[in-house]
Design a protein around this ligand. Structure first.
Ligand code: FMN
Length: 462
């Protein structure tokens, strides 16, 4: 069979993910694998129509499509995302139609599932039959059991391609039927407060709703707002995954990105990301920003920052993007004040929601940088990062020092502390266990009683 492999890693043949393909190639010599290094060649693909067409021609003639990619900031790299956008823009989805497809990714297993969901959704949009992908931790190929698993995975995929297996579809096409957001006259609020507020956007002249949302926010916010448009910023390109940034958190690109990130993004008391959705996520241009932020490592640098998102497009139908947004805020320890979209028939509602965002941001800033509690998205994300920084402390020395200093290596402690040494042997006896569980409810209540009573009186004193 003939497989076309779309390699999203900018590291081309040096990529971790590519080694997984090499392993498959070696084990399945009866099949042909035609690899396109999309991640590395995206500029040529974009600018050279003939080259782009030649890739599409090969896809058309293939028996199966393999998306090969590293997970970059909860998704695929910006370069592969751009390729997908080009397929839509140039209306070439038909080249993929009816084929069987799957994914092979490597990552630190941080939000890898979102990248897989996204690729599944795109594969379905292209009319393909997508088989569940293979998400590997980057070093997993060194383990025998994992290699066996990978071989079996690929055998199944070959089987699906041979039988042209029809797969279940998870994602519906979008329905978006809302008018452009056109607020009635918005008064400029006096700029009486001195907080640093930034809007980071990739808006263009044609994004009327989004521009109006941004303008409404700028006018209503009672402090100066800096609007950073990444289309106009000095950003030379997407992250190349070279990891030159890891030892000192300095990106090799000689451009203005690090300055923007430090001065406008991290330093802001309140930050709004404003973008229009593109396919099932934000644009590859916006993705360049998020990928390039990797130079800063895995440190939760947004602690207490008040964040909001203005989204033009059908976000309610985009659970992947929604989860990515919430996860990013939680892992970054920011406060997600809210997400406002233009999915309302009445512009007045959107204006009110923007005002609510402003009120929420100011409240958060003025209440000790309030940040809401974390869900699984933040708790799980932190644990994955913590373990990763511990494991790869030689590669990420800055992150390692930071995690140590900020006590982020918060390994779990045994509930009951020292008592557990006595309790553990006693719990082997059923009579003790019975008494233990009979009393545990009372014990818990007493434990909470102490803080509840104390806090109530404290709050009344304030
Ligand atoms: C810019 C960037 C962003 C990354 N984001 C994630 C991420 O969100 N989740 C994750 O698990 N790993 C992430 N990683 C780690 C890579 O997925 C991992 O190192 C992968 O194996 C690299 O594959 P490659 O060598 O094929 O490019 C990121 C790496 C880079 C350079």
């Amino acid at each position: 069979m003939k497989f076309v492999v779309l390699n999203g890693s900018p590291r081309e043949t040096n990529s971790f993910t590519y080694q997984y393909l090499r392993y498959i190639e070696t084990n399945f010599p009866m099949h042909d694998f035609i690899v396109h290094h999309i991640g590395r060649k995206i500029k040529k693909i974009e600018n050279d129509q003939e080259y782009f067409d030649s890739i599409l021609k090969i896809i058309k003639g293939a028996d199966g499509v393999i998306w090969l990619y590293p997970v970059y900031i909860q998704l695929i790299p910006s370069q592969l995302k751009r390729f997908i956008e080009l397929v839509f823009e140039r209306k070439k989805q038909s080249s993929f139609k009816g084929k069987n497809a799957t994914s092979i990714s490597t990552s630190g297993k941080f939000y890898d599932h979102l990248a897989h969901y996204y690729i599944q959704a795109i594969s379905e949009d292209f009319g393909m039959n997508y088989s569940r992908g293979y998400s590997a931790e980057m070093m997993e190929l060194m383990k025998k059991d994992e290699r066996i698993r990978l071989r079996k995975f690929f055998m199944q995929f070959v089987n699906n391609c041979e039988n042209k297996t029809e797969t279940a579809k998870y994602y519906s096409p979008f329905v978006f039927d809302y008018p452009i957001y056109k607020p009635t006259k918005i008064n400029d609020n006096p700029k009486t407060k001195n907080y640093k507020v930034t809007i980071l956007t990739d808006t263009t002249e044609t994004d009327v709703s989004l521009n109006n949302m941004i303008n409404t926010f700028v006018k209503l916010m009672p402090c100066e707002v800096t609007v950073v448009n990444i289309n106009e910023a000095d950003i030379k390109g997407g992250c190349l995954g070279c990891l030159k940034c890891a030892p000192e958190n300095i990106c090799f690109y000689p451009d203005g990105y690090m300055e923007i990130f430090k001065q406008q993004v991290i330093a802001a008391n309140a930050l709004v990301y404003a973008f229009k959705t593109q396919d099932r996520y934000f644009s590859s241009q916006m993705k360049i920003h998020f990928d390039r932020a990797f130079f800063n490592g895995h440190r939760p640098v947004f602690t207490g920052q008040q964040q909001a998102y203005f989204v033009s497009g059908p976000l309610r139908q985009m659970p992947i993007l929604r989860e990515a947004i919430e996860g990013m805020s939680e892992v970054g320890r920011a406060n997600l004040v809210g997400i406002v979209t233009d999915e309302y028939a009445d512009s007045k509602i959107i204006t009110n929601l923007i005002q609510n965002i402003i009120d929420g941001m100011l409240w958060g800033i003025e209440h000790d940088k309030y940040a809401g509690p974390k869900t699984f998205l933040g708790v799980g994300g932190h644990k994955v990062f913590r373990d990763l920084i511990h494991t790869y402390q030689i590669v990420f020395p800055q992150d390692y020092s930071y995690y140590k200093k900020e006590k982020l290596f918060d390994w779990p402690k045994i509930f009951f502390g020292q008592f557990s040494f006595i309790l553990k042997p006693l719990m082997r006896f059923s009579s003790f266990r019975k008494r233990f569980f009979a009393m545990s409810g009372k014990y818990q209540t007493r434990l909470f009683d102490k803080v509840i009573k104390k806090e109530v009186s404290n709050l009344q004193d304030q």
